[in-house]
Design a binder for this molecule. Structure first.
Ligand SMILES: Cc1cc2nc3c(=O)[nH]c(=O)nc-3n(C[C@H](O)[C@H](O)[C@H](O)COP(=O)(O)OP(=O)(O)OC[C@H]3O[C@@H](n4cnc5c(N)ncnc54)[C@H](O)[C@@H]3O)c2cc1C
Length: 477
């Protein structure tokens, strides 16, 4: 009888749990006997996904929804039987950017771009030139800022795109790799000479394919979705769907590789136990991968993993009685450009975006503090943080009422900031690992995209790679 293949996944965030889930699913489909163990350092699963439900509120300390244009999270929720728990955003969501201390609406359609006060007539003209701007000839990586400045002009970047993206990715668009999160647009420039032309071509292609297949137009998905009880529902349902072991409150403290052993990997745990594995998946932040791999792979890989920067951020959910607020903010969010003297990165309209998150007589805003430019603010003590946020909410929205609830979540560090050339570097790291540590794989937000759908996609890809690598070995056994 063949022995089960023992697979250890380090990290019980969305990437690690999705990896375990898809591993078990693929193994069942392929008739492969595997056993998975997920090891999670914290007492609770989910990593950055951190929902707190209290007094009728659903507070999100990390991600609060996922984009559906990238289908992986939407599909996973459906596969897990969570379709009835999904809640989508209404299409009428308004986004704002802070301008002279007040929220100014961000244009969402061609007409509103022409009338927005956020762009001067020169900035608007420059935007209209996009289809005629010559494409860059080299396909190599560049910063997202440089890509957008070439295509759309400085004003559009500085006044609208930079604060919006900066508040989502918590970094500087002029330092972030375009290929990691906006590779689709860079590819459109390469293929069609312009992003606008590329988007038009894509729409045409999709409609032609639909007509040819005779299928009716699919039901329109909301742009963003979340789960009724918070994103932690995805984490808990995913964990329940995994047959293997899940060890919580247990860190992997060291990893060793001995190719002469039947199970070549040994992982030391914080509880003193040791796990042996045929296959290891590291689904932690990249600096943790570096710690675990130190001494078992060449130092260049460790240096490369350590060099991926992460910024700290703290989220502060603040609830108010609706009756205490004259004009509750109706937008999904306000982003803060560098030019505004505010200690905040952004404020999100948590209950405006998803009303089920608060009792009807309550209203929740969530402030982001920290990021690349003001990292120290993310570490302020609670009382200072609350008074800073209240001061800003009074200045921006005229809200002076006392909050009914406050929920603070610190991420020190939070999100990775993939620099220019990041994807090539990750490819290089993976090639070295494949040579020096066969059957050890990496997945997670620090590699090829940090949104929840990106993390799920990467774990699916890693599972496909593991299955392909395992098949020849099991065929011979
Ligand atoms: C404030 C904030 C808001 C965000 N908003 C959104 C959003 O709205 N939509 C969206 O799509 N994305 C959002 N993101 C990004 C997204 O949440 C993350 O990129 C994603 O959840 C990361 O998942 P992961 O599993 O790769 O990593 P993590 O969630 O970081 O999980 C890694 C896990 O590894 C564990 N670990 C670390 N070291 C060890 C060890 N030695 N042994 C065992 N376990 C270990 C950690 O405890 C952790 O649980 C947001 C992120 C933040 C911080």
């Amino acid at each position: 009888m063949n022995q089960e293949i023992e697979i250890v996944i380090v990290g019980g965030g969305i990437s690690g749990l999705a990896a375990a889930y898809y591993l078990e699913q693929s193994a069942r489909e392929q008739g492969l006997a595997i056993h998975t163990t997920v090891v999670e350092k914290e007492a609770q699963l989910g990593g950055k996904i951190a929902t707190r439900r209290q007094d009728g509120f659903v507070f999100e300390g990390g991600p609060e929804s996922f984009v559906t244009r990238k289908p992986e999270a939407w599909e996973l929720c459906h596969a897990l039987g969570l379709a009835h728990r999904l809640v989508g955003t209404t299409s009428s969501g308004k986004n704002y950017v802070l301008r002279n201390g007040r929220p100014a609406i961000v244009p969402s359609g061609p007409g509103s771009f022409l009338s927005t006060p956020l762009l001067s007539p020169k900035g608007k003209l420059r935007l209209l030139k996009e289809p005629f701007v010559k494409p860059r000839t080299e396909p190599s990586d560049e910063s997202l800022g440089s890509f957008l400045r070439r295509r759309l002009g400085d004003e559009m970047v500085d006044n609208i795109v930079k604060p919006a993206i900066g508040s989502v990715y918590l970094g500087d668009v002029d330092q972030m790799s375009v290929q990691v999160s906006f590779g689709r647009f860079a590819a459109m420039e390469q293929a069609h000479g312009s992003v606008v032309k590329g988007m038009l071509a894509l729409m045409k292609e999709k409609s032609a394919a639909r007509k040819a297949s005779g299928e009716p137009r699919p039901a329109k998905k909301p742009s963003f979705a979340t789960l009724r009880g918070g994103l932690i529902e995805l984490v808990h349902t995913l964990a329940e769907a995994i047959d293997g072991a899940i060890l919580q409150d247990t860190a992997v403290t060291a990893l060793d590789h001995n190719p002469t052993q039947t199970r070549p990997y040994s992982l030391m745990l914080s509880n003193g136990r040791m796990l042996r594995a045929d296959v290891v998946v590291l689904a932690t932040p990249t600096f943790v991968m570096a710690d675990l791999l130190a001494g078992v792979v060449e130092t260049a890989v460790i240096d490369q993993l350590c060099a991926i920067p992460y910024n700290p951020v703290t989220t502060v959910n603040v609830a108010f009685n609706r009756r205490d607020i004259a004009n509750p903010f109706d937008g999904f969010g306000v982003v803060v450009p560098d030019t505004e003297p505010s200690p905040l990165l952004a404020v999100e309209g948590m209950s405006a975006k998803f009303p089920h998150r608060a009792p009807q007589d309550q209203f929740v805003l969530r402030a982001f503090v920290g990021g690349q430019n003001q990292p120290k603010l993310a570490g302020l003590p609670d009382d200072e943080l609350i008074s800073l946020v209240r001061h800003e909410l009074a200045r921006i929205f005229d809200i002076t009422a006392a909050p009914t609830q406050v929920h603070i979540q610190r991420w020190l560090p939070a999100n990775p900031q993939p620099p220019i050339g990041h994807l090539a570097l990750i490819g290089q790291i993976e090639r070295t690992l494949a040579q020096q540590l066969p059957q050890l794989y990496l997945t997670g937000a620090g590699l090829r995209g940090q949104g929840i759908p990106d993390c799920i996609r990467q774990s699916r890809d890693v599972v496909a790679q593991i299955m392909a690598d395992l098949q020849p070995a099991t065929a011979l056994a």
